[in-house]
Design a protein around this ligand. Structure first.
Ligand code: UD1
Length: 421
């Protein structure tokens, strides 16, 4: 298993390009299964999770064509089996996203119950109940979700999400695109990735209104066609590099980003004392050598502060001036990084879903272990400001969500290297 060794203490300075959004690319790849012709998805990030989705397509008999720029062309007409097997699904929870498109287009789907990041129990009941609202019959048997469309295909319906779910909204929106009649999704997720997926579906011929609000209305169409679609920039990768600049007192300009998707994060960075300048597709953060001030925050569905940035802000608070309170409301058990940071000298108290972080002058390098995707990014951030070397084990979690993290950080001046293990 590869490890990262980071020598802390360098003030980051430079410019980098941000990749396409993983959380948008995955549902958009799944949406290609709805088409009657080839769909080309561009600006895909080079990540393990994307490779897993492509491998999953391969298992189903679809051979995506990948060009050198990592644009992927999928022609779902070659599908041979409607089963998403456990060996692949267990490594990536987002595999559940193929369930809605398969049952809508082909009338049947078998998808293993997912594993994925170990952050709370993360059930899939809303995905199942949402598809049932469109007329699907679903059985959970032997660790698999077996979904069958009624004679004549799925039909529109109304579904209220009692918890806001991003992939839940995406799954049902995709299925509804090919269902007969009108579907209304209430208390839908408003994340920019839901909007990006809706825009891709619309480019394929779907009739969708209200994506980005909590009520999405879908008029089902007979068929969806091929298209070429560019995935939006990754707002979590963007936010992570901005925190890297802030935590080291440095200056970083991120390019090919969409600043309008990061309002809650940028406002917290400003509160920490950073100077933030934005353009149409770039953001520059300059800390002017200062130590950040601690910030209080509470995670919640978009447009509030994203849970996927919680760990990175805890890292910043560990070396900030003052005490910051971080409340996690989206997932239970999403504080594993806290215990690893404590090994580096951080002062953090966890009480239920609240972490109280008292900034220390310096962290100290230590061997630590990555436990999930965003937790591992936060350990990299902590290591950038720790005295001496930090060895981060189990970095396969990072490779699931951050394209070329060590190359990008090296470009900004960080001392980071990967050691094969
Ligand atoms: C997506 C993102 C993930 C992000 C999360 C919250 C992708 C591929 N992943 O995950 O990076 O951290 O949104 O912004 O887009 N829940 C249920 N029943 C369900 C589904 C969800 O109770 O059927 C609960 C979950 O346990 C959680 C909450 O709903 O407490 C939100 O989860 P959800 O939005 O579904 O997360 P994901 O879509 O899996």
């Amino acid at each position: 298993m590869d490890k990262l060794i980071i020598t802390g203490g360098v003030r980051l300075d430079g410019e980098i390009r941000i990749s396409g959004a993983k959380n948008s690319a995955l549902p958009i790849l799944a949406a290609t299964l709805l088409a009657d012709g080839p769909v080309t998805v561009c600006n895909l990030p080079h990540l393990h999770d994307i490779t897993t989705m492509i491998e999953l397509f391969g298992r189903m008999g679809i051979e995506p064509v990948i060009d050198e720029k990592l644009s992927v062309e999928v022609d779902p007409r070659t599908i041979k089996t409607l089963i998403a097997p456990y060996e692949l699904v267990k490594t990536m929870r987002a595999s559940i996203l193929v369930l809605g498109p398969m049952v809508a287009h082909f009338g049947y789907a078998e998808v293993a119950l997912p594993g994925g990041c170990a952050i709370g129990s993360r059930p899939v009941d809303l995905h199942i109940r949402g598809l049932e609202a469109l007329g699907a019959t679903i059985e959970v048997e032997g660790g698999y979700i077996k979904a069958k469309a009624p004679e004549g295909g799925l039909r529109g319906g109304t579904f209220f999400f009692d918890i806001v779910s991003v992939t839940g909204t995406e799954n049902i929106m995709m299925a509804a695109a090919l269902a007969k009649g009108r579907t209304v999704l209430e208390n839908a997720a408003r994340e920019p990735e839901v909007v990006d997926l809706a825009n891709c579906l619309i480019a394929m011929g779907a009739k969708i209104q209200g994506a980005g609000t909590d009520t999405i209305v879908i008029e089902g169409v007979e068929r969806l066609g091929g298209t070429r679609y560019n995935v939006m920039p990754d707002r979590i990768e963007t936010g992570t590099y901005l925190v890297a600049a802030a935590i080291t007192g440095g200056r970083v300009k991120v390019k090919d980003v969409d600043p309008t998707t990061l309002e809650a994060v940028l406002s917290k960075l400003q509160e920490s004392g950073a100077e933030v300048t934005t353009g149409r597709d770039w953001i520059e953060l300059n800390m002017h050598g200062k130590r950040p001030r601690a910030v209080n925050l509470r995670t919640a569905p978009y447009p509030a502060f994203p849970t996927d940035m919680q760990a990175q802000f805890i890292a910043m608070n560990t070396v900030a001036e003052g005490t910051g309170t971080v409340i996690e409301t989206v997932f239970e058990n999403r504080f594993m990084h806290v215990y690893e940071m404590t090994r580096m000298g951080a002062q953090i108290q966890v009480e239920g879903n609240t972490a109280i972080v008292t900034g220390v002058q310096r962290l100290k390098g230590a061997p630590v272990m990555a436990t999930d995707l965003r937790a591992s990014a936060s350990l990299v951030l902590a290591a950038l400001v720790a005295d001496g070397d930090t060895l981060i084990d189990r970095i396969y979690h990072i490779d699931r969500g951050y394209e070329c993290i060590e190359e990008k950080l090296q470009l900004l001046g960080a001392k980071i290297r990967r050691v094969p293990g």
